[in-house]
Design a protein around this ligand. Structure first.
Ligand code: C5P
Length: 400
């Protein structure tokens, strides 16, 4: 994922330094060239040898270490870095960065670096909540440094509160974000995801197998590429991607209301949700008791959200639907493109291995007025990028 990129990982002296070892290892596995710089205090928690073994590069600690290959190591690393991540960042290192103090290898290199910088604070709650630390973080944000907020929980010092290093997933996403060109900057993108739930009674509902994964990947990719993203999602077990406006819904009608009320402000709408086509005509107030013999539930159609968007399109807006078929995929999807008056349908065949519900991968065919383009099997995150790239091209073709 980060093939050919140079990542400098700054590790400062908090107990969370031990978590940075796993992070360094995982960053290395992405294909990146990872260089670790530790503060002297950090070496009290974890040995530089740990990092050296994990990333295959010498760990830098002291600016005046005579053993270095480069005599101005801090400048060399600062120039090489594509992204600089300081995790964990102590209150002390944050304060030094905010003040421009450069009195050791880490702070000297970070001051010299021009690449995107990310800090992931980890410290005692009192230190984190202290207005001085908060002011320093604000200063860094104002200078364009990304801050990955710590989590709340039980801390090593015995306190409970904010200050625990963010989860590794959030740190990796911040690095990916920093390395992604912002070609969707200035655009508002609305994505729908997941299934809907249509209540039969207070206990039962009608739904489908959608996990929401494809839609969440589209939302995350659009955010990473600089868009302002709204994710309207039916119930899923996924964590909303960092930095998106999250609108949880249950029913097709709720999704209709939340999408249509926001539609006119969107330059792109990507409808990945598996919206129920039918809902029970009535929802029983009480649990329906079982009875002998067959039972029937009257169903009524839900409203087609994408169809509504096609009819009420604002100038310059591009619309994309997803379609899941078990037969005649291309023909059926081409018909949807026409009927719903949208720009793109991303079709996947549920019966193909590696496509469809709950998988990490997908095999899609992209249909536009220009024709059908089958894509090879790829990760859902890659499918998301392919879809967004084509939607951006369509938008550029038709003009804003
Ligand atoms: O016609 P079909 O349901 O197969 O079309 C799928 C596309 O239409 C998806 O993008 C889905 O999100 C959207 N859809 C919708 N409202 C519905 C049903 C489907 O927006 N009620």
């Amino acid at each position: 994922m980060f093939d050919g990129k140079t990542i400098v990982l700054g590790v400062s002296g908090g107990i969370a330094a031990y978590k940075a070892a796993q992070l360094a290892s995982d960053l290395g596995k992405t294909g990146a060239d990872v260089h670790v710089i530790m503060t002297r205090n950090a070496t009290e928690f974890v040995s530089p040898m740990t990092f050296e073994t994990l990333v295959n590069n010498r760990v830098a600690v002291d600016t005046f270490d005579r053993g270095f290959e480069y005599n101005v190591e801090h400048v060399a690393l600062a120039k090489k870095a594509d992204v600089f991540l300081i995790a964990p960042a102590t209150a002390n290192v944050i304060a030094k960065m905010a003040a421009g103090i450069a009195d050791d290898m880490l702070t000297t290199t970070v001051l010299a670096a021009r690449c995107p910088k990310i800090v992931a604070p980890a410290m005692n709650t009192g230190m984190y909540d202290n207005p001085v630390t908060q002011r320093n973080l604000q200063t860094l944000r104002a200078f364009g440094v990304a801050v990955v907020e710590p989590e709340s929980g039980y801390l090593a010092c015995g306190d409970t509160g904010r200050g625990r290093l963010a989860e590794e997933g959030a740190l990796l996403e911040a690095v990916r974000d920093a390395l992604t060109p912002k070609d969707l900057a200035g655009l508002s993108v609305l994505v729908t995801a997941g299934p809907t739930r249509e209540a039969i009674d207070p206990v039962r509902y009608i739904t489908n197998h959608s996990t929401g994964k494809m839609g969440y990947e589209v939302a995350a990719a659009a955010k990473r590429r600089g868009a302002s993203v709204t994710l309207v999602s039916g119930p899923t077990s996924l964590k909303p991607p960092y930095g998106v406006t999250f609108v949880p819904v249950h029913t097709a009608q709720e999704m209709f209301d939340e999408v249509t009320s926001r539609a006119s402000a969107q330059q792109m709408v990507v409808k990945c949700a598996a919206v129920a086509d039918y809902r029970p005509a009535t929802t029983a107030e009480d649990k329906i008791k079982k009875q002998d013999g067959e039972m029937q539930i009257a169903l009524t159609r839900t409203r087609d959200i994408l169809g509504w968007l096609g009819e009420h399109r604002v100038p310059g807006q591009v619309l994309c639907g997803f379609s899941m078929e078990t037969r005649d995929m291309v023909e059926n999807s081409a018909a949807k493109l026409e009927k719903k008056r949208v720009d793109m349908i991303v079709a996947n065949n549920l019966k193909e291995a590696g496509a469809g519900f709950g998988t990490e991968t997908n095999i899609v065919t992209i249909l536009t007025k220009a024709g059908a383009e089958p894509l090879p099997i790829m990760g859902k995150d890659q499918v998301a990028d392919e879809v967004l790239t084509r939607l951006l091209a369509l938008r550029t073709e038709t003009g804003p």
